[in-house]
Design a binder for this molecule. Structure first.
Ligand code: ADP
Length: 317
């Protein structure tokens, strides 16, 4: 278990972590979410004893990282996947780590197998893609068979197959009773991965809740409807308390009403529907909205956010 209590970290004028408190329980995946610059990496570094807090504590099973009896067997971490000597082979990179941690050499092939790098074990890492680098970083984190894993943005730069692979690996590790703490700035990815979510913005806690509740609370029902009788449907929907907006192409966007209820209303009123589709990605928008005030670095004004992926509605792999 990780316990963060009233944690503060200041770098000069910048408050990276601002009186943050939360716990990370074993046996489940806890997603650590927040926009870029929110303080996720700093919090992880503080938990790992790589930086000193200005005030407050970050404990692992009741102890600061530096007091853990055998830290690298206790906690596996992936903070910066590129922190690998480019001239070393994947096997030798892990061998060097294993030797400094007192991990048996036989474990190296086990973790290489686990992350799917056995075929390139003897290749120098300088030729590795970002995805291969991430896999090697995860192999290093798993080397000591740790009961606790801390992964900072592990899906960054991965292809879809790699994303599904990491997601399943984390689920397996949590199912084995390990503590999995994983950061991301992507709401939809976390929605299908994490069991619990801790959301921060500008170093402060915004939400600490089971993922299901987070989704239920923040994902708004938005349904796109196309009908040749838009005005009639709009009136009927307004009667139901739905919030209806008309798009430029004449389609209706309906908030606060389920697709089924809209379909039934249309049938009852004899209104023809050409399309009735619940919109995807609204959870990502809700997350953006929730953290908008807390985003440190805004993009240039007027550039719309990239379309959110449909992962949140996929229901998981
Ligand atoms: P995230 O991981 O959520 O993107 P970070 O923890 O990297 O956020 O950064 C939080 C804030 O702290 C940012 O304003 C960042 O610029 C600042 N920061 C992080 N590390 C340092 C550092 N070593 N020195 C100065 N400022 C830092």
């Amino acid at each position: 278990m990780i316990e963060v209590k009233d944690l503060v970290k200041r770098y000069g004028e910048t408050t990276a972590v601002d009186h943050l408190s939360f716990t990370v329980e074993p046996g489940r995946i806890t997603g650590f979410l927040g926009p870029n610059g929110a303080g996720k990496s700093t919090t992880m570094r503080l938990i790992l004893g790589l930086d000193r807090p200005t005030s407050g504590t970050a404990l692992i099973d009741g102890m600061p990282y530096r007091s853990l009896p055998d830290p690298l067997r206790y906690v596996g971490a992936l903070l910066e996947a590129k922190a690998v000597h480019p001239g070393r082979t994947a096997f030798n990179h892990l061998l060097y780590l294993a030797q400094t941690q007192g991990v048996p050499k036989s474990r190296i092939n086990e973790v290489l197998d686990l992350v799917g790098l056995s075929a390139v074990a003897n290749k120098r890492t300088k030729g590795f893609s970002l995805g291969m680098g991430q896999r090697l970083g995860i192999a290093a984190a798993l080397l000591g068979n740790p009961r606790l894993l801390i992964l900072d943005e592990p899906v960054n730069g991965l292809d879809p197959e790699g994303i599904v692979w990491i997601r399943n690996l984390m689920k397996q590790l949590a199912a084995e009773g390990r503590t999995v703490f994983v950061s991301s700035h992507l709401m939809n990815e976390m929605a299908v991965t994490a069991d619990h979510v801790v959301v921060i913005g500008r170093g402060r806690l915004i939400a600490d809740t089971p993922m299901e509740q987070f989704i239920a609370r923040y994902s708004e029902n938005v349904v796109l409807v196309r009908t040749p009788q838009a005005e009639k449907l709009r009136e009927a929907l307004n009667g139901l308390g739905a919030v209806v907006t008309t798009q430029q192409d004449g389609a209706l966007l309906v908030n606060k009403t389920e697709a089924a209820a809209i379909g039934e209303l249309a049938a009852a009123k004899g209104i023809v529907l050409h399309e009735l589709s619940p919109q995807r990605g609204s959870l990502e928008e809700a997350f953006m909205e929730l953290t908008r005030e807390d985003v440190q670095f805004h993009g240039p004004a007027g550039i719309p956010a990239a379309p959110a992926s449909s992962a949140a509605q996929d229901g998981g792999a």
